[in-house]
Design a protein around this ligand. Structure first.
Ligand code: HEM
Length: 424
């Protein structure tokens, strides 16, 4: 971080901060919340220059979409606001050498996107997830057994929140336990690369570290794919390398980048929702008491409210394919827009008393899993299930567990908690 907290200018108006300045993302949460409130109060979306990078040319800049209505409309209209031209998971256009590893369907448009989604989505229907329900229950129970054995004072993120999504996604794919550590470290690097704990702030080495992490994950899946082509099992890799009933299958490159998308999207997001969930329950004892009165009945609402306020994925980006007017603003072909889900989930036009954690909030049309459109989170059913089961298990067995002050991930993309002590 180039600026110390004392040197930072206070945020009074929307002109006092720049979302492209990495230092903005090191500000404490209340300052960020205030900044996005100022952006939501503007009549038109603010425009930002893109930052200079060593590994990509400087782009044309972007509008920050922070209102719920803008995010819904942009998500529903992928012909105008596309994900494919340079990527949705990054503001600068993705350099070609990154596409090999990170160019999966989240960064594509139809018809290529639709084809991939059709092939892989069979693994994510509620029916298929039902088959995993028992695995999720068993894994969550074991994690809480280990937590109780370790005792109060351990790191909730590494000992609890990170473990469940990692185990489930690895089991789905058929990754053996000996490789969990590699998956965990490389996915941390890919999504948390700017944080000194994972990659560091040195722009010149970050691109190389990202590519190495991508290459290592791809190698892991290619080795597994070769084994499954010879000896198919019931795991996801087997069904992806062997043609399905319609004769469709993924190429080696498609499999590699899909695998990377899945382990990263499946791990880093759900982990943060679980960690935020504990923090929210700690800060809101009235809501914990309400939940404990009827755990099974109120958990589904609590899980939606956790994802709304946690918004683990802060944004996705789109590129404008033709001149288009939306909610009173003209967007020109070639410009970019960034959909700040975290900000839209605090829009008072849609969520009364938006900063309040209210497990009975209804309706709760949050956009934590993305807006309505072709890219809506493929893992939403699975994520809901994992978060629900984790809290059911925790609140039954250690109902008063509390999460201490969170150590936040330094990232503009992921609202992450790296470490958080728990007491019970
Ligand atoms: C609380 C947990 C999660 C959150 C907050 C979350 C959030 C999101 C968001 C915001 C998108 C983007 C949509 C867009 O560009 O419009 C997305 C897409 C995606 N998510 Fe999730 N996600 C979560 C869990 C998961 C899990 C557990 C998996 C897989 C096991 C997963 C797999 C994916 C995939 C594959 C896509 C791309 C879909 C496409 O492009 O068609 N996510 N997610």
């Amino acid at each position: 971080m180039s600026v110390t907290p004392a040197e930072r200018k206070p945020i009074i108006s929307a002109a006092d901060f720049d979302l492209s300045d990495y230092d903005f993302w090191a500000r404490p949460m209340p300052e960020r919340e205030h900044a996005f409130q100022l952006l939501r109060d503007l009549e038109h979306p603010a425009f930002y220059e893109e930052m200079e990078l060593t590994y990509a040319p400087k782009g044309p800049g972007y509008y920050a979409l922070v209102k719920h209505a803008d995010i819904l409309e942009a998500s529903r209209n992928p012909e105008v606001f596309c994900s494919g031209e340079g990527g949705a998971t990054n503001i600068p256009d993705m350099p070609p050498e990154f596409t090999e590893y990170f160019g999966s369907m989240i960064n594509m448009d139809d018809p290529r996107h639709a084809r991939l989604r059709r092939i892989v989505s069979r693994a994510f229907t509620p029916k298929m997830i039902k088959q995993f329900e028992a695995d999720v229950d068993t894994a969550a129970a074991r994690i809480v057994d280990d937590l109780i054995a370790k005792g109060s004072g351990c790191d909730f993120v590494t000992e609890v929140a990170a473990k469940l999504p990692l185990k489930i996604i690895c089991d789905m794919m058929g990754i053996p336990e000996k490789d969990y550590g590699t998956v965990f470290d490389r996915s941390n690097m890919i999504l948390g690369g700017f944080d000194p704990e994972y990659g560091g702030e040195d722009m010149s080495t970050i691109a190389e570290k990202l590519l190495t992490a991508g290459m290592e994950l791809q190698q892991l899946v290619q080795d597994l794919a070769a084994q499954r082509a010879e000896h198919p099992t019931s795991d996801l890799i087997s069904s992806l390398v062997n043609a399905n009933i319609d004769g469709e299958q993924l190429t080696a490159q498609e499999l590699g980048s899909f695998f990377i998308l899945l382990v990263v999207a499946g791990n880093e997001t759900t982990r943060n929702a679980i960690s935020y969930g504990l923090r929210l329950l700690t800060q809101n004892p009235d809501q914990r008491a309400l939940l404990l009165e009827d755990l099974d009945g109120r958990l589904p609402g609590a899980v939606e409210e956790i994802v709304r306020l946690a918004s683990p994925v802060n944004y996705m980006r789109r590129k404008v394919t033709r001149d288009h007017e939306m909610n009173g603003q003209l967007y020109r072909k070639g410009q970019k827009v960034v959909l700040y889900y975290w900000a839209a989930n605090r829009d008072a036009r849609v969520f009364p008393d938006p900063f309040r954690f209210d497990i009975t909030r209804s309706p709760n049309p949050h956009v934590g899993y993305g807006g309505p459109g072709p890219h809506f989170c493929l893992g939403a059913h699975l994520a809901r299930r994992e978060i629900t089961v984790m809290f059911r298990e925790l609140l039954r067995r250690v109902p008063q567990i509390e999460g201490g002050s969170p150590e936040r991930l330094y990232s503009s993309f992921i609202n992450g908690i790296k470490h958080m002590k728990c007491e019970f």
